[in-house]
Design a protein around this ligand. Structure first.
Ligand SMILES: *Cc1c(COP(=O)(O)O)cnc(C)c1O
Length: 318
């Protein structure tokens, strides 16, 4: 475990590919945000980026043709925050693993989000779990502690014991290691995952993402009733179907059906209302659609409804 997934990728590259080539598909040369851009991370680790394929299609033969005596790693990078759609092809990790075995080159899969629970039963397809990728034979898998996993900021590397031991000997590890508090928080998070039902209940990120639509609808009803009681004459309010997004650079283009309370202010502009709520204490972050403010009921806890209503009362007062 290291400070973040950027550090996890960096130490894997440093350990296995300093001065050597890392083969990556051109469709996977991601920028995550800030300065985490695959080509740049390669450069700072001292690895040599050997990009193969095209933006939309990369074949196994592209990797095959690029493997040479100086190949340190075959790398797959999750397209965390964008999607390539249409005439596309990527090489599944198990095929890279086969190729890697043939040439004795380890395969690292930078998964980004690090989902431990299959989201398919919640209608979200195509997001591989860490367990899937390990089963498919990836030698190293890296992921964040604070994306879909829902834990503290951290980077996690799982993989073949021999390779993990090599990473543990890298002097860089001490500079990237996590502190005791993070360690404790990460352990607490993983303990919840021992029981999937518990994880779905107790880890806020996972709980909110997988919240059943009926529960969200009911909560929207409670929010609406409370707002109506306090804001009569000041706004038109009703419940509207909405879509939530996971954010945080994960699950791009994936819409989660949700319900929102729509608030159309009558005496001030919707922009003014948005600003007042955002600058309030506590700040309320809502979304403007047309001339209404939308409050997505997915991410409001029952105990927060009263606080939310008070924020609205204050915002309408000033
Ligand atoms: C988010 C992400 C990273 C960086 O992870 P941090 O934990 O934010 O440092 C690296 N690679 C991929 C594919 C990511 O999605």
């Amino acid at each position: 475990m290291v400070n973040n997934n950027a550090a996890a990728v960096l130490i894997c590259l440093d350990t296995f590919a300093r001065g050597r080539e890392v083969i990556v598909s051109r469709g996977e040369l991601v920028e995550i945000g800030g300065s985490f851009r695959v080509p740049e991370v390669m450069k700072s680790s001292g690895a040599i980026l050997r990009e193969v394929g095209t933006t939309n299609k990369t074949h196994l033969s592209d990797y095959e043709n690029a493997v040479c005596g100086n190949t340190g790693l075959l790398m797959k990078v999750h397209q965390s925050n964008y999607k390539v759609i249409g005439f596309t092809e990527e090489v599944p990790v198990e095929m890279l693993v086969k190729l890697g075995k043939e040439f004795n080159v380890p395969v690292v899969d930078d998964l980004g989000s690090g989902c431990l629970i299959s989201l398919e039963k919640f209608g979200i397809y195509g997001e591989p779990t860490v367990q899937d990728v390990v089963k498919q034979g990836a030698d190293l898998v890296t992921f964040s502690g604070d994306k879909l996993l829902g834990g503290p900021q951290a980077g996690i590397i799982v993989g073949k014991e021999k390779l993990i031991q090599q990473i543990q000997k890298n002097p860089m590890l001490r500079a990237l290691r996590i502190d005791k508090m993070t360690f404790a928080a990460l352990e607490a998070t993983f303990m919840q995952y021992l029981d999937e039902e518990k994880a779905l209940m107790e880890i806020p990120t996972v709980r909110m993402l997988t919240k059943p639509l009926g529960v969200i609808r009911k909560r929207a009803g409670r929010i609406l009733a409370s707002l109506k009681k306090s804001l009569s004459g000041q706004a038109d309010m009703n419940i509207v179907p909405d879509q939530s997004r996971a954010g945080g650079g994960s699950l791009p283009e994936t819409d989660f059906p949700s319900y929102a309370v729509s608030v159309k202010p009558l005496n001030i502009s919707v922009n003014a209302l948005e600003v007042k709520l955002r600058l309030g204490d506590p700040p309320v972050i809502a979304r403007i659609q047309g001339d209404a403010l939308l409050i997505d009921a997915r991410t409001i806890q029952d105990r927060e409804i009263k606080i939310l209503v008070n924020s609205f009362i204050t915002a309408f007062k000033k």
